[in-house]
Design a protein around this ligand. Structure first.
Ligand SMILES: [Zn+2]
Length: 295
């Protein structure tokens, strides 16, 4: 199913807050925000035995009459326990999209768990930000604008191979981690898109810069494409995330579809639990492949 998303009226992305290095090392224990609802506490054992029954991957039922929202959880793979709070939200099972950075300490194990539960996974690939000091050493190698086409292709192919092959066969899309410099460079993005075409992957532009050329190069290379509209948790506090979710809801009601990016913070899970309860009758949360437009 292809849904063409509106392409106008997008606020410039808050580049710095998304790309400076703290983004990739969620300081869950340092944030002071107190969730205003409690997401049921899930221990490692109950998570496996009760909250995560083994189920075969199945497609969710998509209601064509309801406006659609996709929520991508970025930077998955850095912390082992980061997803536990999300498992407790039953109404979002198989509806979120998990952007895993291949090569991170827990990337492969979380990919296996998510895949076994029929969840949707994206490759989340580090790309050069505007300021080199925002890059995180442990996430090297980034795709760089100074790389020639061969090097970009090699780096990307090697990065994709860092998740288990029996899982990557079911991953249909890729999004950028950071990338505010890389995604403004036509030559680099053209190489990226032609490589995605070869791997039959769609592209989700995180829009870490308003100057991104991703969409036009996706169209040129016939790569299915989607874009982020709202960042949920640049400020990881439940009341602030609720405001962002409201913006997402209004956009979806107005245009039929909208895409948000959040992070695996407990505050984000708490806000999503409240929001989905309030809005489940007026919109539908779907994995992002349902909102990708095919050129
Ligand atoms: Zn990221």
């Amino acid at each position: 199913m292809a849904v063409l998303l509106a392409t106008s009226c997008v606020k410039p992305a808050p580049r710095e807050s998304v790309e400076k290095s703290p983004n990739v090392a969620p300081s869950i224990h340092k944030t002071k925000a107190t969730p205003i609802v409690t997401v049921p506490k899930v221990t490692a054992n109950t998570a496996k035995e009760e909250h995560r029954p083994s189920v075969p991957p199945i497609e969710i039922k998509v209601d064509p009459k309801l406006p659609k929202v996709s929520i991508i959880i970025d930077d998955v793979g850095l912390r082992r326990d980061a997803l536990d709070v999300f498992w407790a939200i039953n109404s979002l099972r198989k509806r979120l999209t998990w952007a895993i950075i291949p090569g991170t300490p827990h990337g492969s194990s979380l990919a296996k768990e998510l895949h076994a539960q029929g969840e949707t996974i994206l490759f989340h690939i580090p790309m050069e930000p505007m300021d080199a000091k925002w890059m995180t050493a442990s996430l090297e190698p980034y795709l760089l604008v100074s790389d020639d086409a061969d090097k970009i292709r090699t780096k990307l192919t090697q990065r994709l191979a860092q998740l288990p092959a029996d899982i990557t066969k079911d991953i249909k899309g890729l999004s950028n981690h950071q990338g505010s410099r890389f995604s403004t460079n036509s030559k680099a993005m053209s190489t990226l898109m032609s490589t995605l075409k070869k791997h039959e992957l769609f592209y989700v532009d995180s829009r870490t810069t308003a100057d991104t050329v991703a969409e036009s190069l996706a169209i040129q290379n016939k790569v299915p494409f989607a874009r982020r509209h709202v960042f949920l948790d640049n400020v990881p506090e439940v009341p602030v995330i609720m405001v962002q979710l409201k913006e997402l809801t209004q956009r979806a009601l107005k245009t039929g579809a909208a895409i948000a990016i959040g992070h695996p913070y407990p505050q984000t899970a708490s806000a999503l639990a409240i929001w989905i309860q309030e809005n489940r009758n007026i919109l539908q949360v779907v994995p992002v492949q349902h909102l990708v437009s095919t050129p």
